[in-house]
Write a protein that binds this ligand. Structure first.
Ligand code: GDP
Ligand code: IMO
Ligand code: MG
Length: 426
């Protein structure tokens, strides 16, 4: 087994950074395939905390190759800042490669993101404001600017002119500030030489490593329920955080994928708007938010908290073809006398065991809970499954049963070492 997709099985922030870092210790390459700087992945190791937005979590290991794949939308300014920050923390960043097919997030995409949210008013999505949606819209509209274009200055200038004419017209019609072509050209010209050494056609490189028997990890961003097709549309991101997205976003065929690990918290969180049936709007929600430090890495927004939703987990197992689950943040539940799991929804008096696709139906679903006894013991020092209190083991086994996939990894703290491996992944 050599290729593993690590992805979010809920609404993002499940601990993908932590689990990718844990698995990267034995990997040769880590690839980001979709999303962009909307992601905020945290890795904690040897007392240091790293917050990554665009750069794969494998960067902590000096010999692991890191790839920003064709499916990612890249804010070059933020990428270069992140590189500088990591270098400042003493990391080797020379093993990074960026696909020349990846699209650029331009300044007007960020302004458009804000404008569209303003226009939506109460129906706003609660985006991260990083220009993700508008950048993917231009990509699909075949009017995006790619990294390869940036390295061909005449092409970049021509494409920018066309884009600015269109975008400025729109901004002006809303009475918003327009963008100066000369200022953007000056800014982007300064990026060219800095980014050039990292740029490559990355799909052949990734496939070459796979064919050579190397261990390649695909690090998902966001989560399954934020997928543009499979998520709670329209309260989603504009890419495919699901397993198919790892293939198209890297140029690797599905026949080359061996394992697909879905990460889920031992409870549930969501940032931004949209239905969340097992959300806790009471003191318990606040307690979990505080203990779990549930505040966004990218925007600092408080995350909405709730109980583990087994319908979400089952759905993720299905649409991703998950071979394994990793349950993170078990330790956050350590003090609770009892813990609830949403096992079904009640919709207009009927019991549903699968998530409805219709958003209005989902918004009307009430959770049906089962209650398990808590363990009320510290689990942060557990290093094997047997180290966990019996009630915690039972909780994990119940999540496994309801989700219909084996829980192969359990995390009991943010540090790389606070990880229990039940079934080997490679
Ligand atoms: P990602 O976006 O999926 O990589 O997740 P984030 O980094 O946005 O959020 C997860 C947060 O939980 C980070 O602060 C992690 O350091 C932290 N974390 C991950 N796993 C655990 C765990 O098992 N226990 C605790 N206490 N914290 C964890
Ligand atoms: P990681 O990789 C949690 C959410 C936003 C919003 C919706 C659309 O750290 O798990 P966007 O800016 O993508 O257009 O916002 O998606 N969102 C995330 N929520 N974790 C993330 O990334 C997210 N990236 C986007 O809050 O609801
Ligand atoms: Mg995050």
């Amino acid at each position: 087994m050599t290729t593993v997709i690590v992805l979010g099985a809920q609404w993002g922030d499940e601990g993908k950074g932590k689990i990718t870092d844990y698995l990267a210790e034995q990997a040769d390459m880590v690839v980001r395939c979709q999303g962009g700087s909307n992601a905020g992945h945290t890795v904690v190791s040897q007392g240091a905390t790293y917050k990554l937005h665009l750069i794969p979590s494998g960067i902590l290991y000096p010999d692991v190759e890191c790839i920003i794949g064709n499916g990612v939308v890249v804010d070059i300014g933020l990428l270069l800042d992140e590189l500088d920050e990591l270098k400042g923390q003493g990391l080797n960043t020379s093993n990074l490669k960026i696909s020349n097919r990846a699209h650029l997030i331009m300044p007007y995409h960020k302004a458009l993101d804000q404008l569209q949210e303003e226009q939506k008013g109460k129906a706003k999505i609660g985006t991260t404001g990083r220009g993700i949606g508008p950048a993917y819209v231009d990509k699909v509209n075949r009017s995006g600017i790619r990294i390869a274009d940036l390295l061909d200055w005449a092409v970049f200038q021509e494409k920018l002119k066309i884009q600015l004419a269109e975008k400025n017209h729109l901004f002006a019609s809303y009475g918003k500030e327009t963008f100066e072509e000369a200022a953007i050209l000056k800014e982007y010209e300064s990026y060219v030489e800095r980014v050039k050494p990292f740029v490559a056609d990355t799909a052949p490189i990734i496939n070459d490593r796979i064919d050579a028997g190397k261990k390649v990890l695909f690090e998902g961003a966001q989560g399954t329920l934020l997928d543009i097709d499979h998520g709670t549309y329209p309260f989603v991101t504009s890419s495919h955080p699901t397993s198919g997205g790892a293939c198209t976003g890297s140029g690797v065929g599905p026949t080359k994928i061996n394992r697909i690990v879905g990460i889920a918290k031992a409870y549930a969180t969501r940032v931004g708007s949209g239905p969340f049936p097992s959300e806790l709007l009471d003191e318990m929600g606040e307690k979990i938010r505080q203990k779990g430090g549930e505040f966004g890495v990218t925007t600092g927004r408080p995350r909405r908290c709730g109980w583990f939703d087994a319908l979400v987990a089952r759905y993720s197992v299905m649409v991703n073809g998950l071979t394994d689950l990793a349950i993170t943040k078990l330790d956050i539940l350590d003090e609770l006398p009892e813990i609830k799991i949403c096992r079904a929804y009640s919709y207009q008096g009927k019991e549903l065991t699968e998530m409805p696709a219709d958003l209005n139906q989902l918004a009307q679903c009430e959770p049906i809970y089962e209650t398990m006894p808590g363990w009320q013991q510290d689990t942060t020092g557990a290093r094997t499954f047997a180290d966990l209190p019996q009630a915690a083991q039972n909780y994990i086994k119940r999540l496994e049963e309801l989700s219909k996939a084996p829980v192969s990894i359990v995390a009991v703290g943010p540090d790389r070492k606070q990880t229990i491996l039940r079934n080997s992944i490679y």
